[in-house]
Design a protein around this ligand. Structure first.
Ligand code: AMP
Ligand code: MG
Length: 337
């Protein structure tokens, strides 16, 4: 009897603690596209649509991955052409537009260089290549062309494609569509730093999106926003320290073949289209602040740039921006004109 009472008490304690921990709503999560993705709906009745979103992430990975041997992009890079799909056409359209609008700073034909530096699971041996290797590979990447013809996708001159700078944004954009079409009025999509808010919070207050501190744990600032995408590119995501003691990160300047060196530590782009926000954040990291501002204006995008001692924001964020207490001593805030 004593045993039974102990067991029953234990059961009640477990139940109580489960109840306490159980969050409101439902979160679907998946490990895909090199990250852990979360889709959180704030009403459990929409749980199936959150699951649909994470399944889509797997489908997209199976088409777009540069390393999965069965993927379309893998075939494209191996054979120079592949039958296109709806997703491939759409993401190629985005990539080519972004390449054009960012003066080539966003370049989907960057893969030979990404591979050379070892920033891929296929060849996870990150190293500083020799100058000759860089010159040769840069030539290959810059001379190759990605295009669609007769429902096929082509990459010319033995080049190779990498949609890694835009794939998560493209996924988030499609997830937003799935959730909206199905009446979801409050959700948060987090694809490893690619955030998409959906609808509005039930209490009517704006979403509060935190921007990570790129050099230590914690956050630098918060943005108070409605339905939008918030995408960050940073040198803290994937990098290695070379034998020379220098830090080499994964965003390559298509003009030099080296990791970009525009003085930016992290750049966050806020735009209604997550694919555009994703492509722009990668490009802005390469371009530096001045050139990026013109492009941001063209797209109606807002930007947060973190440099060593300065956080710069575009004007449209002035009344939506809060600096974290821990960042107040370290950073000066600058509003960009
Ligand atoms: P993101 O984290 O969105 O900035 O994307 C970085 C990823 O995009 C890298 O890991 C590469 O796969 C790819 N990438 C690197 N440099 C470029 C570039 N200049 N243009 C387009 N994609 C790039
Ligand atoms: Mg990107």
């Amino acid at each position: 009897m004593k045993k039974l009472i102990v067991l029953l008490t234990l059961f009640c304690v477990i139940l109580a603690s489960c109840e306490k921990k159980e969050p409101e709503g439902y979160t679907a999560s998946i490990n895909a596209m090199d990250t852990v993705a979360f889709v959180r709906v704030y009403d459990e009745k929409y749980a199936a649509f959150a699951d649909e979103c994470t399944e889509l992430m797997l489908q997209l990975e199976a088409e777009l991955s540069v390393t999965l041997t069965g993927s379309r992009v893998y075939h494209l890079n191996k054979n120079g052409s592949v039958p296109s799909t709806e997703h491939l056409k759409a993401i190629t359209g985005y990539a080519l537009e972004l390449k054009d609008k960012t003066f080539g700073a966003f370049d989907p034909c960057i893969y030979p260089l990404v591979r050379l530096w070892g920033f891929t699971e296929e060849n996870d041996k990150k190293r500083v290549p020799s100058e000759d290797e860089i010159i040769e590979t840069l030539k290959k990447a810059s001379e190759s062309k990605l295009y669609i013809k007769n429902d096929n996708l082509y990459i010319s001159n033995g080049g190779a494609v990498d949609f890694g700078g835009i794939a998560k944004g493209y996924a988030a954009k499609l997830m937003l569509e799935i959730l909206k079409e199905n009446g979801v009025d409050a959700a948060l999509i987090d694809l490893g730093g690619n955030i998409q808010t959906v609808g509005s919070k039930s209490d009517g207050t704006p979403w509060n999106i935190a921007i990570k501190n790129p050099v230590e744990d914690g956050y630098t600032c918060y943005l108070s926003l409605g339905e939008t995408a918030v995408v960050t590119s940073g040198s803290d995501v994937r990098y290695f320290i070379g034998d020379d003691g220098k830090k080499y990160h994964h965003i390559i300047d298509p003009k030099t073949g080296y990791p970009s060196d525009a003085g930016i530590i992290s750049v966050t782009v806020i735009h209604e289209d997550a694919a555009i926000a994703d492509g722009l954040s990668t490009a802005f990291f390469v371009l530096g602040i001045e050139k990026s501002l013109e492009i941001a204006e063209h797209y109606g995008a807002e930007v947060v740039v973190i440099e060593n001692e300065i956080i710069s924001i575009t004007k449209g964020l002035q009344d939506k921006f809060t600096l974290d207490e821990s960042a107040k001593d370290k950073y000066n805030l600058k509003v960009l004109d």
